[in-house]
Design a protein around this ligand. Sequence first.
Ligand code: DGJ
Length: 747
Amino acid sequence: MNPAAFSRSWCATRRLLLACVLMGVAAVAQAQTIRYDATTRVFRIDTDAVTYAFGVNENDQLQTLYWGARLSTGDALPAAHTNEGNVSFDPPTSTSLQEYAGWGGSMYVEPDLKLRYADGNRDLVLHYVSHRIEGDTLDVHLRDIRQPLDVTLHYVVDPATGIIGRSALIENHTKQVVTIDSVAAASWNLPAAEDYSLRYLTGRWAGEWQLQTRAITPGNTVLESRRGSTGHENNPWFAIERGGDWAEDHGDVWFGALAWSGSWRITVEQGVLHQVRVTGGFNPFDFAWPLAPGESLSTPVFYAGYTSGGIGEASRLLHRFELAQIVPQHPKPRLRPVLYNSWEATNFAVDQAGQEHLAELAASIGVERFVMDDGWFGARNDDHAGLGDWVVNPKKFPHGLKPLIDKVHALKMDFGLWVEPEMVNPDSDLYRAHPDWVLNFTDRPRSEGRNQLVLNLARQDVRDHVFKVLDDLLSHNDIAFLKWDYNRNWSEPGWPQVAPDQQQKIYVDYVRNLYGILAELRKRHPNVEIESCSGGGGRVDLGILGHTDEVWTSDNTDPFDRLSIQDGFSYAYAPAVMMAWVTDSPNWVNNRRTSLDYRFLSSMQGSLGIGANLLHWTAKDFAVAKKYVAEYKAIRASVQQGKLYRLLSPRDDSPHAATESVSQDGKQAVLFAFLHASQMKYPYPRVRLQGLDPDARYRWRSLHGAPVAGTLAEASGAYWMNHGIDLALKGDYQAAAIVFDRVGGKR
Ligand code: DGJ
């Protein structure tokens, strides 16, 4: 009898009813994710693999107690006590692991909240007041020791991954304006150790997603964007490991990502006692937020998790979390369609006949979504004019977009369109009518980037205009997809129309209005999907992913460069949201020549798109492409939504790269392997698979390339994972893709 049936039959005995009720209560308490022990004043969050705990110390301040592998429920954590500090220079306030620190008292580490009262007082000491637990959420109410300045810390737990989201709400119940100088969503504290190492992602246009690793030593590492948006330069993601070997499949890893698409900052700080604190939120650079009496400010959410399964498992947990909890279609996003995009084929030279021709060719290889890129509107023939004028160019499309859209539908594809709604060319009707709508300081120069200025979306009239333009576009045209571009960073971020003390709110109000527009558009047009693009991957974060279905990874479409770009991307973000196009050879970025097979296999590791000029393709190219598109449809569930294993890294001048995607049901695994340059006749390293059922049997088939002669046609998961597979890869820019399908029976 299983335990549930046992419990039911036992409880059927009326004599034991009371005992059953009590047991039921105990069982519920046992299963609870979040608990509070009133005796020790300890909060404890338990998921299957993770425990996170903090307590109220003897000074009524919140102090982190533990974050790591799951502790036994019977291990009652002792009450929080302030650290004794280190003589007068490093007092307990600074050396205790404060869960959310106000800047006040003796506080030398990164504070979570720093503010000014109107009378010049800048001291803030936050004490615990009360809390509320509801399901998988916890709110903890803190208050300043002298003023009714309230902070509510919000925790939301995802039991499936152990990832916790933290944010803060600051409320001014005083009778004076309080100015917030800096405010974080959360600080994540790790226990003292000297062998922590940090990973983070850096980049630039056409060179995003470069993985960096450095030892954490005393002092601060600041990851940030001061650019008004997420930026290419740093991405708001981090991972910290103990020991520094960064194994993919084992080791303690703490990781996190900030859900914010404006200027942001994450500070990784090792204090004087070697404790590590990761603080993240709005970037305080050029930030000031006056909070009038009765007003409040909420922060973005800073998500973080822990695993003992190495950086590979950390990535898989994030991928799973993003698809199940973040993206608009969560918890079960539909599979990404294969799309065609016209940009690299035509640049701005789009017109009805040309796009229809491309659409016919795209449909012939099995494309499911046809996307027309830049150039379809206003006086847009290059990047000097037209941006902001979202009316169809009558010369290029004399009868509007309808004939093209109808044609695309007749070819059994849906239609997508490029827009860049937050920007304006000075040479546009919109700018001529509303020169005051752009970010600017009065009587100061306006710096252009790609001949364009940034509309001040923080303004209500600008926000309403942008919303209306897009709402009209989607209401009057049968559009299934918007590629939402954003091609420069901010400069002169002035907002002269509001009072001087309100102008720096622009950093938050802009992004909130952007999210608001996206949310309202999705509500009014629920079938429309959106891609976040910013000159490639300049706006990718968990905030924008809450409103968009996929992202454009990089403008760099060279399939070899893409291997390391995609590898870096995969540390933080799911393959399902990673759009990857097959484009022309030689590639425009670096003139590199690669085969169509190599280009397809590089792109098939994410969400497949085609961006080549199909007018230049041969009959053989079409046949090859048709084969891969069909094959991709058969494996895309595994690739997009499966478990990703990074088997061979393309970084550090390695001549090899390999990834493996295992479907969620474990029935299929897809191996992609790449050889960049054969040297000295060395064989390709044997590839050992991961994540298979050791007792199940798997038969391989090749999409391209092959294992060496004599390879077993079918073997157990244990065989493929322990013995591995030898691939017959030789030469430069070679690739192989092998699909392992589970066959009936055990080994
Ligand atoms: C930048 C994007 O990243 C490209 O894919 C393309 O859409 C251009 N903008 C269009 O101007």
